[in-house]
Design a protein around this ligand. Sequence first.
Ligand code: IMP
Length: 427
Amino acid sequence: MPAIAIIGAQWGDEGKGKATDLLGSRVDYVVKFNGGNNAGHTVVIGDEKYALHLLPSGILSPNCTPVIGNGVVVDLDVLFEELDGLTARGVDVSKLRISASAHVIPSYNRALDKVTERFLGSRRLGTTGRGIGPTYADKMNRIGIRIQDLFDESILRKKVEGALDLKGQILTKVYNRRAPEVDEIVGELLAHVDRLRPMVCDTGLLLNQALVRDEIVLLEGGQATLLDVDHGTYPFVTSSSATSAGACTGSGIPPNRLDQVIGIIKAYTTRVGEGPFPTELFDDAGAHLSKIGAEFGVTTGRARRCGWYDSVIARYAARVNGVTDFVLTKLDVLTGFDQVPICVAYEVNGVRHDEMPVNQSDFHHAVPIYEYLPGWWEDISECRTFEELPANARAYVERAEELSGARISVVGVGPSRDATIVRHELL
Ligand code: IMP
């Protein structure tokens, strides 16, 4: 039985939560393997809308065990806030398992994230300010605090002292801010330790044993391909591995167990934060996509930048992740245009690029080369088969598929759970 990864193919916010939820009732485990509460999934079930930042969206499927893997960075206050919020709405959260090796986000890293962005001024990255980058930096720097450290107070104290030796200096001497006391941080980290204890285990072992028992494990990527620290538009990226290889590192599942990689891709493109975005629109069409697509961040409320579908990015995501199936989301948002452009390649200083330019500055200067497809005006939100779509909408999907390097197996036509057209079953 397979391990399946769900990966964002653009700059995030492609609607991964919906795709995960589509499979959720058939899978046994849903694993978050990277990122932290910088993510934001919106899942709509019936009339209920759930906005999740840290928890895997599988938490809403009663038969599924949600797992926070070792590759995640955990803000404990946010974790318990989300768990309490769901419990108050009648969701059973008792199955959640958290890796003993996941790192925690101490408050000094939230402070450092915000103050660094302010300090960078016009060179800022537009981070979510949740302490994600500094916490991954600590992990690589080997001064991070892991979930397992919370269960031995003397070890925890030593680790916090070690971290604050460096980070306290940065806060006071570089940024002229107050450095927290060791006791303050230890107290804050231990605040939820008793509630945390029963949830913590070796999640790598748990998941591999599940695969041996022929159970289905779904690895749910936070952020997306172009925000991946290695394969994204560096430095305008997040600090974790958001691609399919990261699904293995961040969960402890070996690469040869990964059978299927589902790339989630919006029928147009959005991005939050700073950084290059070749098909970005600054006109009425962009404002229309933003309004009809409700393109505001779930986590920060920031307006997302909007642009046309970019098949160069799609092909790149297909290649980097080994995408086996695309889920094309929000096709309904493209209803009502005379023509719908698809970016097929870029022009950079007079040279055509069919693939992602290797240099950051070339990508910054990439001018999209568009193919213009005829639009459609019919409401497609009630369509449930591909044949029910207007001919021009079908042609748009088929052309996007030809250009994108993998088949488009599912098409989203509205926000609700059932507003979906399945062309090829995912499982
Ligand atoms: P960080 O992850 O907070 O460090 O932010 C780094 C970059 O990633 C910023 O441009 C964020 O806007 C972007 N980012 C982080 N998480 C998400 C997400 O879930 N969706 C879209 N963009 C994100």
